[in-house]
Ligand binder design. Sequence first.
Ligand SMILES: Nc1nonc1C(=O)NCC1CCCCC1
Length: 239
Amino acid sequence: MNFHILTLFPDMVMDGLNTSITGRAVNNGLLSIEAVNIRDYAFNKHQSVDDYPYGGGAGMLMQAEPVYLAYEAVAEKLGKRPRVVYLSPQGQTFNQQMAEELAQEEELVLLCGHYEGIDERVLEEIVTDYVSIGDYVLTGGELPAMVMVDAISRLVPGVLHNDVSAEFESFQDNLLEYPQYSRPEEWHGKKVPEVLLSGHHANIEKWRREQSVLRTKERRPDLLEKCELTPSEKKLLEE
Ligand SMILES: Nc1nonc1C(=O)NCC1CCCCC1
């Protein structure tokens, strides 16, 4: 999995991703992450990348040409026109399913906008996917790009110690993850649920699944509608 992040702030992106899990995965050769500075492709006197929007309006817009040339440089290197995700509030809301789907790609370009956006004409030419990380407006696409790289990278085999990626995860079959506990057995007068100390794996799995169903009902009832619940789980919700 190779990420190519087109951005005006390469340091922000690389510093954020060169740590912890993604940093280790890059060192292990499981991933590669490169930031391409769009400003390096602004061949005008002041290397400017933005201009006033036609039709007026507040703020500035990123111009098409530097974005296009940065994209072309990556496409040239790859020898193909790669999949390009543009991070924007006007995109489809990112979720685990999209992360799973994007994790199948070998190459992924993430285009980070800034100011008030990017000239529509270059978006039309190069963007394959418009993706939002949520219904709120940020100052740029860099943080959303880092969120996506994190969520996708952890799905690449070998990035996490394997059993975790196979284990139950939030949003798998649309249920939230069950509560988890570690030592000590009692903390602030609160004891770890007995079943988790029993060593009875079938009972532990049953308890965890029930907790996931109850937690999903409580915190994300919208997800519950999409779940395949057993008759006993439906009964549990009625209690
Ligand atoms: N929300 C979001 N999800 O993905 N991106 C988001 C965002 O708020 N991005 C900022 C804007 C700022 C102007 C240029 C284009 C990106």
